[in-house]
Structures are given as C-alpha cells and as structure tokens.
Design a binder for this molecule. Structure first.
Ligand SMILES: Cc1cc2nc3c(=O)[nH]c(=O)nc-3n(C[C@H](O)[C@H](O)[C@H](O)COP(=O)(O)OP(=O)(O)OC[C@H]3O[C@@H](n4cnc5c(N)ncnc54)[C@H](O)[C@@H]3O)c2cc1C
Length: 409
C-alpha cells in the first residue's frame, strides 16, 4: 500500500466553490491539494455555462439582501476579466404596484447606488432595456460561465496538487490531523485543514463525523430555445438579462436571422435526476412568456435547441453554509450554494480563507460584512445551543434544528 500524501490544506470538490477557495488560498501563497470524484473540474452543477449574478433586491430577508450585495461586489471584482456584463432587469411582480419613490428609497437603504440599481417605469425601461415593464435595472448584472471559470481557477500552479477520480467518503479525526478515506476504505490523504466544498455530498461526508446537515437537492433545467427569423417572438426578445419568476439571458442573433434564447429554470424540490425532461422545457416556455410579459406568445415557436440540467444543493433556510465547523476543529464548510453559485463562491473564498488563516476581517468588514452575517452563514446555526459570535457560532452538540419560515429564494 502506498503511503498517503500529507497536505496542510485540502479542498474536497472542484466545482466553482472549491475552485474559487483553492484559488484564493494559492493567491495567498498557500499550498493546496484539491480532490474531486470526477476526472476534471466543474463536472457537476458547475458545468453550467449560463449562470447570472446580481444583488438581491426584494423586500424582506434583510440579511439576504445585505449578503448578496457584498457577495456581488466580491464576485464582480474577482471575475472582472470573464464577467459578461449585459445588465439585468428585474420586473415588478405582477401583483405589486410600482412606486418609483418608494423603490428608490428601498434601493438606497440597501446601499445600492444609481450605478448598481435604478427604479424605472415601463417607458424608461422600454427605452433603456427594451422591456416595457416597470421594475429595477441592474446595469452591472452579468453572466458567468461556471465551467470555464472553474477550469481557469485551477490552472497548473506550483503550489497546487490535484487528485482527480477520487471520491472521499469518510473523514476521521486523528490527533490534530484529519484522515480522508475513499470508498475502499483506503486512506488517501492526511491533512491539517479540510475544506468540504462537494455540494450535496457534504451531507454524507459530514455524517461520517456525526454531523447532520439539513441539505436537499433541487433539480433544475435551463432551456436553450431557437426562434426562427421573422417569428412573432422576435420583437419581444430581450437585449438584456431578466430576473423575476425565472430568468433569461439576452437573446443572441445568428447570421441566418434566427435567435437563441436561454430561459430557466425549472425547480423540482427533492429530486436529483439528471435526464432532461420535456415537462421542464414546457415550464420554461411558460416562464419565458412571463419574463417578457407576452401572455399571448405562441409557445410552440420556442423550439428546443439544448438544455442544461443540474442539481442545486440547498440548506433548510436557503442560505449557503459557509465557515468553520467549530465542533470539529480543522473542518471548514462551503456548500448549499443553491441558485447563487457565483455570489456565494466569491464570498466563501474570502470568508473561509479569513477563518482558515486566522486573518483579520478587514477586507470583508470594508464591504460591510458584520458578525451577524458570519453567524447567519455558519454551519453552527443548525445545531442546538448555537450562540452567535464573530467567528461563527459555537454549538453544544450536532443535533440539527431545521429553521422554519425564512424563505430566501
Ligand atoms: C438550472 C440551474 C440554474 C442555475 N442558475 C444559476 C445562476 O443563474 N446563477 C448562479 O450563481 N448559480 C446558478 N445555479 C447554481 C450553481 O450552478 C451552483 O450553485 C454551483 O454550480 C454549485 O457549485 P459547487 O461547487 O458548490 O457544486 P458542484 O459544482 O456540484 O461541485 C461539487 C464538486 O464536488 C465533487 N464531489 C462531490 N462529492 C465528492 C466527494 N465525495 N469526493 C470528492 N469530490 C466530490 C463533484 O464531482 C463536483 O465536482 C444554477 C443551478 C441550476 C441547477
């Protein structure tokens, strides 16, 4: 039997989350070993090429609003070179009446300046974004190819070790080290600190050290539609992204005059089946009508040309789980990114690195990151006896509490 490798820092999972954290650590001069069950980066949910990012601006969930603003700024700064900034329009909900003064005040209260979010009536929105609906224009909203980005983050580096085709199924504490085992119960790696960034699989992995995480899968399908030249939809297609009930990217015109339009996403709670479904495309066609406010649009004219299917990993309270697992020193979590992989991985990279290197929180604090937000993301929030503290809550045991009520999208 070969001697297991030893690494100071190991990241399990090479999706956008693990890749971003590993990259941040490399940038901080640390050596990192990244382990993934697959033969290459971003083969899971992060094989997604059409993810969008914008700060959340809805009412309620004040911590979510603060967190997404900070995470958006971090993501934008991190990925500026590959950030496809086309702007995103968020229409007023159909059952709400638009009030510009009220909305402008709300945006101000969130610390969103005019260069980040502008309330618009339908005429202005038609002029600026080509969408005749009232709502909020987020000019810095963007799209990111998670697959390409993850690959770039994990380019060869003298301090980076990869272990592909390696599924870790069990962790074991041994003195002040962690031992990582594969499915044949072979000790693969020993490490001082382990960052668990393997989405849904974090649940089984953490169960091996008696930590129960309230994670569940949510299947999603994004549809790539093709629209023929001259079709009635053409005048309705957006030139910016739209985020509301579902989301879409700006429509793209091809040389032959036809368009490609990417619309999503279906939402199947508790399911983890990756086979594409026609019912999901039908759902997305309906969303498409709603997004551009075209209820009479002929759905058959949205011809299916492709899709992306992924399994989101979601926590009981819909916030990501990011931070030190204080009941198991040396273990850090970054999972449950839900539908905000871009934002939460940018935030996770800074937060986990700050905790792991026992850094000061100056950078995060500059962005408005405060102790209550750290506690809101901390793994310990799910465990009985958790008490908020600046570096994450301490817990008395690992019995999970499933929070009720707070439904952050
Ligand atoms: C339809 C759909 C639309 C979405 N739209 C958006 C969007 O518009 N904007 C946005 O920001 N996000 C969006 N998301 C969410 C985003 O795709 C995810 O949040 C993100 O990809 C999750 O990244 P991750 O690194 O946590 O997980 P993953 O990408 O799933 O990576 C986990 C990695 O861990 C590895 N792994 C798993 N178990 C083990 C193990 N035991 N040992 C070793 N390796 C292991 C896997 O092989 C995988 O590479 C969407 C998701 C879906 C499904």
């Amino acid at each position: 039997m070969t001697k297991p490798q030893h690494h100071e820092l190991v990241v399990i999972g090479a999706g956008i989350c693990g890749a971003t954290i590993a990259n941040e650590l490399l940038e901080r001069g640390k050596a990192v070993c990244i382990i993934d069950a697959a033969p290459s980066p971003a083969t899971g949910c992060s094989s997604h090429a059409y993810a969008i990012a914008h700060p959340h601006i809805g009412k309620g969930s004040p911590r979510l609003l603060r967190l997404t603003r900070i995470a958006f700024l971090l993501a934008e700064a991190r990925w500026k070179n590959v950030w496809q900034q086309h702007g995103i329009f968020q229409p007023t909900k159909k059952d709400k009446i638009f009030n510009r003064a009220e909305m402008t005040e709300h945006l101000c209260s969130l610390g969103l300046d005019q260069d980040m979010a502008i309330a618009m009536d339908a005429q202005e929105a038609a002029r600026v974004c080509g969408i005749e609906q009232s709502g909020v224009w987020l000019p810095r909203g963007a799209c990111l190819n998670l697959h390409e980005t993850s690959k770039q983050l994990l380019q060869d580096h003298e301090y980076l070790t990869y272990l592909w085709n390696t599924r870790i199924v069990r962790l074991e504490e041994c003195g002040n080290q962690w031992h990582l085992f594969d499915s044949s119960n072979q000790l693969i790696v020993t490490a001082n600190k382990v960052i668990v960034a393997c989405a849904m699989d974090a649940k089984a992995l953490l169960a091996s050290i008696d930590i129960r995480l309230p994670l569940k899968p949510v299947r999603g399908q994004l549809s790539i539609f093709s629209i023929e030249q001259g079709g009635a939809w053409i005048n309705k297609l957006p030139r910016v992204g739209i985020s509301g009930d579902g989301y879409c990217l700006p429509a793209k015109q091809f040389e032959d005059g036809s368009y490609q339009w990417i619309v999503g996403s279906s939402f199947d709670e508790g399911e983890d089946e990756l086979t594409p479904r026609e019912t999901s495309d039908d759902f997305n066609r309906e969303q498409a009508r709603g997004l551009v406010n075209y209820p009479e649009g002929d759905l058959r004219a949205l011809t299916k040309a492709g899709e992306f299917v992924g399994i989101r990993c979601v926590a009981g309270d819909r916030l990501p789980i990011i931070g030190a697992l204080t009941q198991r020193p040396g273990i850090f979590l970054a999972t449950a990114l839900g539908s905000r992989g871009i934002l939460w991985s940018a935030l996770a990279a800074k937060l986990v690195t700050a905790q792991l290197l026992e850094d000061d929180f100056a950078l995060l604090a500059r962005f408005g990151f405060a102790a209550d937000l750290v506690a809101a993301l901390a793994p310990a929030r799910f465990f009985a006896g958790a008490a908020p503290s600046a570096l994450g809550a301490l817990a008395s045991n690992s019995k999970p509490i499933l929070p009720v009520g707070s439904k952050a999208k």
